[in-house]
Design a protein. Structure first.
Length: 639
């Protein structure tokens, strides 16, 4: 095979490789393209790019007969030192031509394997061509380092600007929004969120691209639940990932269903840079003040540098957030900020006293609505509980949940075996006594004569007849009472309405019941509805006072099945005694009349939260009422 001449085709190949060396591409893409051109240009059977690792040459990329790489690796020792000259090594039938890549250290090399049938011109051409390509490869690596340096400088400028922005303000709002909006560009995330820790509570403080955090949003709530365990642990995690727990996986799946995020990385924020954390247990650890959550919504994974970038901005964001939170805890901090108030200490003191006086006067003189909060249930006004009148077994259940019933209609029947046995026993005694009575009557009639013995016998028969009549009358009265008890085993509806008890057949069919046991509830759903509330007894005094001044009080309420709909009712009934509610404790029962047509849905037993308007009181009393009552009952009462 003839040696390659400096033809236009060869020159074009060199120009293409030179263009690849100047392009901004990865090392894999560059050498894959170079090796694809190197083998045909030199007439080689294989071309390989080598890296020196632990004093051994490793083939990174190959083109052609890759099975010869192991043979070539044994003959590359002569290029282990920096050299700008190509080296030819005769490997028997094949010729291995290798050239070092002069890239600050002789850790890279290119090689080609020429076939057995080759000419000296071909060997010399391959050596010259390989030297040119090695120089171009060295230029590629120099360009890569220059680009990395430029990117590092740009990244450093972004970090510097980020540090200046997050530390330029002491107010919490501008600080957190500077963190998310400027930090998102550095991390290259699609959304960045800041969570702030206040005691044991974690809350979303800012979201990139959003001016206001929607606190009622389901996405915000799920993100807080997802991030809280990782932030409390003080460790950065990525989801989905191998280090998550089953609880975290469940929370992650719920969040994905709501937000469509593909990847999420959580980074804790400390009051001191994380790099300065000490492993010495005797040194106090920096305070955990918040967290950063970076999100990506595309299917492609985020860049590997995103994790380090997130950790880097956290070193600035954590102290800035800690400073903002400390500043926020200073009373009247915004008033004492520069330019906001006179600088004289005396003027500041006088201004503070004036502000306190104005606030105190406003709290005493300004009035606002005084309301009491109560909880309860939404119920039909006509509602009756059905109880068992006697012990027995349910033999026939005639209604199911939701069935309409009439007043007096049979709901179910019970069987009392002892009662049946007693009725049968009484009937047997009646039959026996009736036969005895007939026999006595017949014997009395058959007895005749005027002797003293006959007269005595007739008197005895008369007495027996009278005794049997009395016994029969007593047994008949007993039978009436037992039959009444049997009639009461047919449980009837006290009102017209619907059965609203769930799973009646599962609970009652063929089941034994006891006297006084609650069997079901009948309610008239098409009639009026009311709120049955329980007001804690410590608030009852205010309600009695307000109700005495006005026979009707307005009640605002929401039903938790439709919490976005606020309705109004009228307080009509207040009990004069307290009761113990299993859920709410001691309280006063209240009944509130409502307009059922204004409610979207009517569900018996739905939980209701109500506010009872009790007139107007001073702002200070309304705001501090519970504290005042606590002092009166728990402190002043003891002295």
């Amino acid at each position: 095979m003839a040696a390659p001449d400096p033809t236009p085709e060869l020159a074009r190949t060199i120009d293409e490789i030179a263009g690849l060396a100047q392009a901004d591409s990865t090392e894999c893409a560059f050498y894959t393209a170079v090796l694809a051109r190197l083998a045909p240009a030199t007439g080689a059977v294989a071309a390989t790019y080598w890296r020196l690792q632990a004093r051994r040459w490793i083939a990174e990329y190959s083109s052609g007969a890759t099975e010869l790489d192991a043979v070539a690796a044994q003959h590359l020792g002569s290029v282990s030192q920096p050299s700008t000259r190509p080296v030819s090594i005769d490997g028997g039938e094949l010729l291995i031509v290798a050239a070092p890549i002069d890239d600050a250290a002789a850790e890279r090399a290119l090689s080609v394997i020429l076939p057995a049938k080759r000419s000296p011109e071909q060997e010399q051409g391959a050596v010259r061509f390989l030297a040119i390509v090695a120089d171009l490869a060295a230029a590629f690596h120099r360009q890569q380092r220059l680009r990395e340096l430029e990117r590092f400088q740009q990244q450093a400028a972004l970090y510097d600007r980020f540090a200046q922005l997050v530390h330029s303000e002491l107010r919490l709002g501008p600080t957190v929004y500077a963190i998310v909006n400027d930090g998102r560009r550095i991390v290259d995330a699609e959304r960045l969120t800041v969570l702030v820790r206040r005691g044991a509570k974690w809350s979303v403080a800012a979201v990139s691209g959003q001016a206001v955090v929607q606190r009622a949003s389901t996405t915000v709530r799920l993100l807080e639940q997802l991030a809280r365990p990782a932030l409390v642990a003080g460790e950065a995690i990525e989801l989905p990932g191998d280090g998550s727990s089953p609880q975290t996986d469940a929370a992650w799946q719920s969040y994905v269903d709501e937000s469509s995020a593909r990847t999420l990385r959580i980074q804790p924020l400390f009051a001191a840079p994380q790099s300065s954390l000490s492993n010495d247990d005797s040194q106090p650890q920096p305070e955990l003040v918040g967290g950063l959550v970076a999100e990506w919504f595309k299917s492609a994974p985020p860049a590997p540098s995103s994790a380090s970038s997130l950790a880097a901005i956290a070193n600035h964001a954590g102290p800035a957030l800690a400073n903002a939170l400390s500043y926020e805890r200073i009373p009247l901090a915004s008033i004492w900020s520069s330019g906001g108030f006179p600088t004289s200490r005396l003027l500041k003191l006088l201004a503070a006293v004036a502000i306190v006086i104005v606030i105190g006067a406003a709290m005493l003189l300004v009035e606002t609505d005084f309301t009491l909060t109560a909880e309860g249930q939404l119920q039909p006004q006509a509602r009756r509980h059905v109880f068992a009148h006697a012990d027995g077994v349910v033999t026939e259940l005639l209604v199911a949940d939701g069935d309409r019933v009439e007043a007096g209609g049979v709901l179910l029947t019970l069987q009392d075996e002892q009662l049946d046995y007693r009725i049968q026993e009484i009937n047997g005694q009646l039959l026996t006594n009736a036969k005895k009575l007939e026999s006595v009557k017949a014997m009395r009639v058959a007895t005749s004569g005027d002797s003293a013995a006959t007269a005595a016998l007739k008197d005895q028969y008369a007495a027996d007849e009278q005794e049997l009549n009395a016994a029969i009358a007593g047994l008949r009265e007993q039978l009436k009472l037992l039959q009444r008890r049997r009639e009461r085993l047919a449980i009837r509806s006290p009102i017209k309405g619907e059965a609203i008890t769930l799973e009646l057949r599962e609970r009652l069919n063929s089941r034994p019941v006891q006297r006084g046991q609650l069997l079901m509830t009948i309610a008239r759903l098409d009639g009026p509805w009311v709120l049955k509330l329980t007001l804690p007894d410590q608030r009852a005094g205010h309600l009695y006072e307000a109700f005495g001044d006005s026979s009707e009080l307005t009640v605002d309420f929401v039903v938790l099945t439709d919490p976005d709909v606020r309705q109004t009712g009228t307080l009509k009934t207040i009990a004069r005694s307290t009761r113990v509610d299993p859920r709410l404790g001691h309280g006063v029962p209240l009944v509130v009349e409502i307009d059922k047509t204004a409610l979207p849905t009517l569900q018996p037993g739905a939980t209701v939260i109500a506010r009872i308007h009790c007139g107007r009181r001073s702002v200070g009393y309304v705001w501090l009422r519970e504290a005042i009552e606590f002092v009166q009952s728990r402190v002043l009462f003891r002295f």
